[in-house]
Design a protein around this ligand. Structure first.
Ligand SMILES: *[C@@H]1O[C@H](CO)[C@@H](O)[C@H](O)[C@H]1NC(C)=O
Ligand SMILES: *[C@@H]1O[C@H](CO)[C@@H](O)[C@H](O)[C@H]1NC(C)=O
Length: 396
């Protein structure tokens, strides 16, 4: 009792960061345990996690070249679910909680976790209260030195990080499936495009024959806040789309990418633009790297990612609806799938901007093999790899 009291005293003084219980690497994967297990390290009974995304066109919600977050749901292993599990933790100050504890997550949510009616805050309160409070690994008793609301921060951080690793817009665009007022797509083409990237089937939902929601399914080994999410097959209700004639409408009539009605041969003829009205970077600035919802380091002059040392100053120059970048080393381009700035780059790549992030080919997500540390630099790739990151522009 004395030791516990002392520990809480230290937390109160702001000297210790409370953390959730550490789960061993041999914790069972949710929905796959064969004996009982500690529910701070096994998400139970809601072990079938679903990261749900919206495509809302009427009214349009979020960037025109990105799906938006609906939520992260702890379904039971058979697809049924509990809801609103702890009214005492149904917080009504999500914005303030995140402003104080995770401002990068909050700013990402302000562009990518949007309701189609009502306020951001009320949508976030709904998702947390209905689904987040049912996650057993996020219970206050699973933290040492628990500080009120920290489990909600973990819920929003984790949901945003998962979403950032699921760039549905570019996954579909890579298969020629782009928003259009005229084209229609088959369910099998959409499923093939997404399964090819995610590794498992995705639940694809329509409203009146219009593509409007995707569900990505996971089990989790360890806790929601620090465990490993493992893609898995859907359970429960199947896709609600018709098998053909599916519409994927643009979010705004003015930004319709050109397309044909044959998904297998179509490709957009121009890059989708960012958020209408968003200011494209121009002049001098830093390219900050954000991973797992937090800023970690920045891009240096060769175009590589570095987490210790001084950021390089880049020059952004508007070009068409996007912009080009250069550093002291030369022009920047995506060359052989990697960000490179060098005197040998003859033609700078035109990037887009979603109002917060640098985007390339419709995606705000870049990748590396690992988060760099010490004097290591990481190459920044456009193709999926172990670590996802976003690049934000900080004007100087
Ligand atoms: C899995 O673990 C939970 C929580 O400890 C337990 O209630 C459940 O019975 C376990 N499942 C099996 C098949 O043992
Ligand atoms: C949010 O509300 C909870 C109580 O519901 C309170 O404990 C917490 O301090 C508040 N957080 C902020 C940042 O206002």
């Amino acid at each position: 009792m004395a030791a516990r009291y002392l520990f809480l005293g230290v937390v109160g003084a702001g000297l210790a960061v409370a953390s959730s219980v550490t789960c061993s690497g041999s914790a069972p994967v949710s929905c796959h345990n064969t004996t009982s297990f500690d529910t701070c390290c096994l998400e139970y009974p809601g072990g079938h996690m679903v990261q749900t995304q919206f495509w809302d066109t009427n009214p349009p919600v979020g960037p025109s070249d990105s799906w938006t977050i609906h939520g992260l749901w702890p379904d039971h292993c058979d697809g049924t679910f509990d809801s609103s599990c702890d009214s005492s933790r149904a917080y009504t100050n999500i914005t303030q909680i995140l402003q104080a504890a995770s401002p990068d997550t909050l700013s990402f949510m302000q562009t990518h976790w949007k309701p189609n009616s009502g306020t951001d805050e009320s949508f976030w309160e709904h998702e947390w209260g209905k689904h987040g409070t049912c996650m057993t690994t996020l219970r206050p008793s699973c933290y040492s030195g628990y500080q009120p609301t920290q489990e909600a921060v973990d819920f929003f951080d984790r949901t945003v990080a998962l979403f950032q690793g699921l760039p549905s817009y570019s996954w579909l665009a890579d298969a020629g499936i782009v928003p259009s007022t005229t084209a229609t797509y088959t369910l099998s083409a959409i499923q093939a495009a997404l399964t090819g990237k995610f590794g498992f089937a995705v639940t694809i939902n329509c409203n009146s024959g219009e593509l409007n929601e995707l569900w990505y399914h996971y089990n989790v080994q360890g806790s929601v806040q620090s465990g490993t999410f493992k893609p898995t097959s859907p359970v429960g209700a199947g896709s609600t789309c018709p098998s053909s004639g599916i519409k994927y409408l643009p979010k705004s009539g003015s930004t319709t990418p050109t397309s044909t009605s044959k998904p297998s041969t179509s490709s957009p003829t121009s890059s989708p633009t960012g958020t209408p009205g968003g200011n494209v970077p121009s002049g001098s600035g830093y390219l900050n790297a954000v991973t797992g919802g937090s800023q970690k380091g920045c891009i240096i002059s060769a175009g590589t990612w570095y987490t210790s040392g001084t950021c390089a100053t880049f020059t952004a120059t508007p070009s068409g609806s996007g912009f080009t970048l250069s550093s002291s080393k030369g022009k920047c381009a995506i060359a052989s799938g990697a960000l490179t700035c060098s005197s040998s780059v003859s033609s700078a790549t035109v990037f887009s901007y979603d109002g917060t992030h640098v985007t390339y080919s419709g995606s705000a997500t870049f990748y590396s093999t690992a988060v760099p540390s010490g004097s290591t630099q990481a190459t920044v790739y456009t193709a999926s790899n172990s670590v996802s990151l976003q690049l934000t522009w900080q004007a100087l």
